[in-house]
Design a protein around this ligand. Sequence first.
Ligand code: ADP
Ligand code: 5GP
Length: 189
Amino acid sequence: MTRRGQMVVVSGPSGAGKSTICKRLLQDARIVFSVSATTRKQRQGEVDGRDYHFLSRDEFRAKVERGEFIEWAEVYGNLYGTLRKPMQTTLESGKTCLLEIDVQGALQLKAIGEPGIYVFIAPPDFEVLRQRLVQRNSETPEALERRLHKAEDEYRERVKYDHVVVNDDLDHAVQRVREIIGLSEPARS
Ligand code: ADP
Ligand code: 5GP
């Protein structure tokens, strides 16, 4: 394929602020979100095809067998994967393709030598991470502990990324990622 755009992978522990940062980055029309497929249940407010492609486990498995995913992983009991085709379309169009994926998925892409910019979003510390997850109010107490425990293992993997951005002040973190991907200046019309 003629690859004109760049792939940007944003990953890091749950609660570090990946979604929040990606939402801000997506205000730039030169950046296109890679809509993942998942077997997890659709949450209130989520739109099929915009936030995720919601699939049954059988549908997901069939896509795995057909080689439709460039990476996929099981995260907290659900399957998640990045579809090859839409990513190629974005890259061919010259736009930046933004992947918000977990650490296992990011490291799979690195392992196959997928060209791109790999950014690890880190929390300022684990106490702040806990507070953010508590405030988000999206997990049961057990699920929250599981995410915090996993966060410590994921944090050790940060050295494998091209860049680590500490999400302390949100505006600073967003600006730092924009600089890293070379889109800190507003688009000229
Ligand atoms: P992730 O996508 O990495 O799981 P989220 O983007 O959902 O994390 O962020 C987790 C929680 O922390 C959310 O409630 C979000 O509003 C909040 N948050 C994100 N970034 C910051 C920040 N820089 N300062 C304070 N709160 C933040
Ligand atoms: P959530 O269910 O909260 O939307 O996402 C759970 C985790 O799955 C997050 O860490 C998110 O980054 C990750 N994730 C989302 N899409 C993908 C994907 O396509 N591949 C991988 N490996 N992880 C993903």
